[in-house]
Design a protein around this ligand. Structure first.
Ligand code: DX5
Ligand code: ZN
Length: 218
């Protein structure tokens, strides 16, 4: 099985000890830190904003993978770029038209930050076809965005497979990331379909033994 990276979601971390929680991930060799930004409008939950990212900027040797589950990503992109985002992923469903999507992707990339688009479970993966040669990352939601700790939706596997085949057939480089309900069983299912990065929150941060749970993923 090819190597699959983990992007650990701090959504379910213990915020009282955020420094220690992130260090635990870094010490396991995890390379990506996933920031689930929620505005209480695009999704029925509110999480945190750029100040949290700012507070950890430059403190860890991790790739800051920002997932904007917000209604007006264009309005806040600069805040997250300034706060140290390395990847900014916005939702297809939050955008008015393809023109706005093209310009936001270009804007993010011109700032030297990688650009990603995420699709919800009910969104057809083919809506992304016009953008795939521009994108650095596609985030396939395997749960309805808004909360950690939900169950994995198998329908996301076909999207991962489609994106993996399309990438090979067209010589593209985008990373395929999946987010929601990833554990030792669903991790393997996604890896076999060609995913590059798995977002994991509760399986690791709510585990009795994070190291053991991590080792069960390989
Ligand atoms: C949903 C969030 C979650 C989180 C990880 O909007 O994006 O998917 O990252 O959640 P779990 O706890 O399922 O790994
Ligand atoms: Zn996420």
């Amino acid at each position: 099985m090819k190597h699959v990276d983990i992007s650990i979601s701090i959504l379910n971390a213990n915020f009282l000890y955020l420094n220690e929680e992130i260090l635990k991930a870094e010490n396991l060799g995890i390379r990506y830190l996933h920031f689930d930004v929620m505005d209480g409008h695009f999704v029925p939950n509110i999480s945190f904003g750029a100040p949290v990212l700012e507070s950890i900027k430059g403190k860890f040797n991790l790739i800051n993978d920002v997932h904007l589950m917000i209604s007006d990503p264009k309005k806040y992109v600069d805040d997250f770029i300034k706060a140290g985002a390395n990847i900014i992923t916005f939702h297809y469903e939050a955008m008015k038209n393809e023109e706005d999507i093209f310009s936001l992707i270009k804007y993010i990339k011109e700032k030297g930050v990688k650009a990603g688009i995420s699709i919800k479970p009910k969104t057809n993966v083919k809506v992304l076809l016009p953008f795939l040669d521009l994108l650095d990352l596609i985030l396939v939601m395997s749960v309805e965005p808004g909360f950690g700790g939900q169950s994995f939706m198998d329908s996301s596997l076909d999207k991962i497979e489609f994106l993996s085949n399309y990438k090979k057939e067209n010589g593209l480089e985008y990373l395929i990331e999946v987010d929601g309900g990833i554990n030792n069983l669903t991790f393997k299912k996604c890896a076999l379909k060609g995913v590059d990065i798995c977002v994991i929150g509760s399986y690791l941060y709510k585990s009795e033994n994070m190291k053991e749970s991590f080792e069960a993923l390989s």
